[in-house]
Design a protein around this ligand. Sequence first.
Ligand SMILES: O=C(O)CCC(=O)C(=O)O
Ligand SMILES: [Fe+2]
Length: 354
Amino acid sequence: MPGTFLPPFPDDVRVHPLLVVDFELIKARDQQEVKTLWEAATSLGFWYLKNHGADKEVDNMFDMGAETMALPLDEKMKFEQGDAGRSFGYKMAGGNAVDASGKPDTVEFINVSKDDALSYPTIAHRTYPETVNARMESTIVPFIRKSLEVNSVFLDIFNEKLGLPNGTLAKLHEIHEHSGSEARCIRKPPSSVKPSPSEIAIGAHTDFGSLSFLHNRLGGLQVLPPGHEEWSYVKPLPGHAICNVGDALSLFSGGILQSNIHRVVPPPGIQSNYERWSLVFFTRPGNSQVLRALVESSSIIADAVKQKPEKSFDTNSTSAQWFARRIKNQRMKNRTGPETWAASRGTEHTPTKA
Ligand SMILES: O=C(O)CCC(=O)C(=O)O
Ligand SMILES: [Fe+2]
């Protein structure tokens, strides 16, 4: 946890560098910085973000996560997300598959809906453990508001770069429309014995929504960059968040913005002896929005789609349907065989690499 001792990230593992984007410069629309952001978002779809101004909110969220995970398992299970394709709530370790063979995951997490947090104490979707309620106003709402602010700045820049009419992406993510947007705090227990080289904490996936704002302290996150055969770690940098593009934004943009495949494995080297915590805010489109390339609104997007005739950017699915399908089919309890894993896939280009 933040504030406690963390061993260094080893220097003998393969690392993939990310471009660094300075949020203060982005807000000031510094042209060089916007260029760097655009390059990152259209190549790997991942970048480091410094000067995001959310450090205090992030630390408080990790405290909320620690208090929640310390509850007895039977208490946490009262708030389990269930098997119907809903994400909000608690997910126990082993609840999801990590690959087509049905191997279980090794992380537990708590997901708090943006809608439940912003309407609290009125329930929008569901209830949460006491440890979440106690910090809803002091910790969770401030973190969600900060994250929404950061991601909406990115959406406005992408809107402009994609040649969309003003406010198009903002409208697809309108704050008052119910959505799958959520804050997630994740705990991976330390490996008690030598970590198994085959342990996967979170299986290979692309993120389901539009933008993810991620905070981690220990290594373990890996990306499979386009054209690579091997996974590389993304090294956590103090004071830097990791941001990435998800399926929805990739689809809206006709594949111009990249939703890259990633996974979580045990932290490398001596870091594996420590508990790993991470925190994400996922900005996802409003539930009713259909996931398809915005070809009628932008000639840049229409051209991009024309150049990739082999790819489909029309999912015939609303954001809510897309999200529910992916959640539901990664649940171990819904698994019938490898076809269930296949049904949980999004825009991953290389699902066989899982
Ligand atoms: O824990 C991490 O570093 C990444 C988590 C992640 O990819 C996810 O929750 O979608
Ligand atoms: Fe992810």
